[in-house]
Each structure stands twice: as C-alpha cells, then as structure tokens.
Design a protein around this ligand. Structure first.
Ligand code: AMP
Ligand code: MN
Ligand code: MN
Length: 350
C-alpha cells in the first residue's frame, strides 16, 4: 500500500485525533534497536496470535525487531503464521526473553493476571508495557502507551489502525495475520461485533492479495481427527433448561489429553449450546487442571456475560466472556449454574 493510499484510508476510517496520538505514542516506542517482546493471554486464540504476528511483521518492515513470548504455547492451528518467521516465537524461553526486553507489548488483554506464569515478570520488569486491547473489562498493567477500544471486533483491527495512523507498510504477510485475528474473533464475520468498519478493514486486508479460502482452510479445516471426536464426546453432555434459556456442555475430564489435543481444540464448542432456539446463555465447563475449572460464557440477545463473569473475577465481552474458578467440576458447575439461573431470572424478557 502506498503512503497516499494509507492516508486516504485513515481518512475513510475516520480515526479520531485521540487514536492518531495513541498510535504515534506506539511508534515512538517501537523503534529499531529496541528489544521488543510481544505477548498475549494464556491459551492464545486467533486474535492473540494473529495480532502478535501482524505487529511483528509490521515492525520488521522498517527494521524494528520483535519476538513473541506467550505464557502458553502457540496452538498448532496457528503455526502456519510463523512459516517464514524462524526464531520469532520464543515462548519456550519467555521469562528469559522478557528479562532482556526494552519494551513489552501486551495484546488482546489489559490485565497482567491473564499472563499466567509471565505475570510476575511483566509486572516487575520496570520497562514500558504497551497495550492494545478491545475488552470491556478493566485491568492492571505497568505504565506504557495504550490503544484500547472495546468497539473493535478484534485486537487485529486495532493493530491495522495503528499501522494506518503511522503510515506503516501493510504487507501481504502482515495482512494475513491480521485477517486471522479478525476472522476468528468475529466467528467468521458472524458475531454482533462485525461492524461496518470491521468489514472495511477486512476488505483492505484482502486488497493486499491474501486468499480468504486458503486462510479458512489453514484455520478451520486442518484439524486433527481427534477434534470432531472431542466434539462428539463433549456434546453428549449437553443439558438444556428451556424455561430460563440456559444450556451447557461439559468437557469430560481427561478427554482432551486422551485424544492428544489442546484447549484450542475446544474453540467453538460452546457455539453448539448457544445455537439452540430460546437459549440466552450458553456455557462450556472444562477442568483445566486439578482443582481449577474454566467456564466459557456466550450469550444471545441482551444478556451481558462480561458482567456475569465479573462476579467470579472473570471478564471478556458482552456476548463472549470467560472465568477460571477454583473447585471441582461439580462444585464450579453448581455455583455458576445457580448464579446463571438467578442472573437470567432478573432479566426475563431480554
Ligand atoms: P473464551 O471463552 O476462552 O473463548 O473467552 C471468551 C472471552 O472471555 C475472551 O475475550 C477472553 O479474553 C475472555 N476470558 C476468557 N477467560 C477469562 C478469564 N479467566 N478472565 C477474564 N477474561 C477471560
Ligand atoms: Mn483473545
Ligand atoms: Mn480478541
């Protein structure tokens, strides 16, 4: 993309002055010669990985170097984004790399606690910690530039805006990664976060020549055989309470490991209880390790699952949120389902 074209795009996307200033604060920090570490939340998703790879690609175009250091490994589904990026995913040496960083960039979260085993290192390093995020839940991070907009469908959308505001060259490779970020966080451009500007940005990414079918195949049609088998086992557990519009599934303990899968393979499973007519709140329960259970929450209509998750220390978006709780599967289910029934009863006509 030429500079003139980028300026024209910035005008069409009507980036407010505030955002242009935020983007410039980023550009001032992310310069050649600095050791930049980019990180995202535990069990990174398509947006976490896509926005990270996208940012790294953009920075490399003008000679700034960045590596990716996450608290948990890159799911195999997204490894295709690293094909021509040898040595960029340094997650295996994350703590060591963070200790040498001049700048840390946190993407797709605004809370240091969501960095899992890297939280303490990031919290105590004393270097600027920049953040790009689209969650409504507030959080705590060490000081540094912020580019936060809960109106964005994906962090990848915001990385594109930062590129635009700074006139950074958006190559085909950067575009592919940012497209993955937006594609996955909008559920394939289906969720209510798919705004006109989301599609405008996706269109600009496609203009670079990336192939949407090839990306679809890499992300959604390259699964191990165990993934549909996992789906089959999880869906067997479906419970529906039509009177309050509640439905949930439970991942049988040990099944992910038995099938040689990872938590990323559970992506989308919660869409099945959500797809039932009359359901307003869908949940997925999964034991993440002994004594800790992850709950994924999705809603239909006006039910605000981020608000619901906050009562338990979780967070996310209005229609997609999560929380991780201490307890056995049975205990967490009893607590969360009781709260869900009360929550839905308090808003019967939404
Ligand atoms: P998930 O159910 O893991 O797909 O997550 C849905 C949304 O909720 C994402 O935007 C996550 O960032 C957010 N989320 C998931 N788990 C947690 C958690 N333990 N605390 C705060 N936010 C979470
Ligand atoms: Mn995410
Ligand atoms: Mn996201």
């Amino acid at each position: 993309m030429s500079l003139g074209y980028l300026a024209e795009m910035a005008e069409r996307l009507s980036l407010p002055v505030e955002k242009i200033n935020w983007a410039q604060d980023f550009a001032d920090l992310l310069v050649p010669g600095k050791r930049i570490c980019v990180t995202t939340h535990v069990n990174p998703d398509g947006d976490g990985i896509g926005s990270s790879v996208g940012l790294v690609r953009l920075l490399r175009e003008f000679g700034a170097n960045a590596i990716i250091v996450n608290p948990t490994p890159t799911p195999s589904r997204f490894q295709f984004l690293f094909r021509e990026l040898p040595g960029v995913d340094r997650t295996v040496e994350a703590v060591k790399e963070l200790r040498r960083a001049d700048v840390i960039v946190v993407l797709d979260i605004a809370d240091v606690d969501r960095l899992g085993m890297l939280s303490e290192t990031v919290a105590s390093r004393g270097v600027p910690v920049a953040c790009v995020d689209h969650h409504i839940s507030p959080g705590h991070l060490p000081a540094g530039p912020r580019y936060v907009d809960s109106g964005a469908a994906a962090t990848g959308e915001l990385i594109f805006e930062i590129a635009l505001a700074n006139g950074w060259q958006v190559t085909r490779e950067a575009a592919r990664a940012l497209y993955v970020a937006i594609l996955t966080d909008t559920g394939g451009f289906r969720f209510s976060n798919t705004h006109p500007r989301t599609l405008r940005i996706a269109a600009e990414l496609l203009e670079t020549g990336i192939d949407p079918e090839e990306i679809y195949l890499d992300v959604y049609a390259n699964a191990p055989e165990g993934r549909p088998r996992l789906l089959a086992e999880a869906l067997q557990t479906l419970v529906v309470e039509p009177e309050c519009g509640l439905a949930w599934v439970t991942v049988p303990p040990g099944v992910v490991e038995r099938l040689g899968l990872s938590s990323d393979d559970l992506e989308g499973v919660v869409e099945f209880p959500r797809s039932i007519a009359g359901v307003r709140l869908a949940l997925l329960f999964r034991e993440i390790h002994q004594g800790r259970v992850k709950v994924s929450l999705r809603s239909v209509g006006k039910v605000d699952v981020a608000a619901f998750a906050r009562q338990f220390g979780g967070g996310g978006h209005t229609k997609a949120a999560g929380v991780s709780l201490v307890g056995t599967l049975a205990e967490v289910q009893a607590t969360v389902l009781a709260a869900a029934r009360t929550f839905l009863a308090s808003d019967p006509c939404s």
